[in-house]
Write a protein that binds this ligand. Sequence first.
Ligand code: PAN
Ligand code: ZN
Length: 182
Amino acid sequence: MKIMEPNAVHDFYGGVITGTAVKTGVKRLRDMIGAYKEAGEAEDLDRVMYEVYSFENGDPAQAGNLNWGLTVMYPELVGGECNFTRGHVHADQSCAEIYFGLDGQGLLLFMDQDGGTWAEKVRRGSLHYIDGRWAHRLVNTGDGVLKVGACWPVTAGHDYQWVEDHPFPVRVFKKNGEIICI
Ligand code: PAN
Ligand code: ZN
């Protein structure tokens, strides 16, 4: 029996995922500034807010195949508001997803199709099930880097427009070290 290395070099806990099929996305504040409530005029728009690594496994057209990925979020505040991902529902809402906390402290915000909103705490070792109909957004509430792994069907797709049309009604701020959800 041939024993091989994993088909990608991963150090999830260290926030590293590499391999031939990895796509990396970087979100800077300039990409997100409009989404924050109280962004000041003097913000450094070059600030890196989060990085997303995604690894496509197998044929991307074959339903049932799975991607995995890693989101690395920095402990940035914008007008006191905690760093958050853009958020999306899956274009194919029959496709669920699993998130798993690797490092740091955060919240996973959910919103269902009726606008019902709730959150789960994210930390090293936490597991989160995301129904394909639920909008999902990560928030880094900690003082360090938040690292979250994910696994989702290759055919899920990302619908960002839905979240722009139905904004999350809750924002997460950190004031004097305390997390406040408004
Ligand atoms: C994740 C997200 C990642 C970044 O891989 O894409 O956390 O969030 P946004 O895509 O909302 O910017 C995922 O949920 N994939 O389906
Ligand atoms: Zn998703």
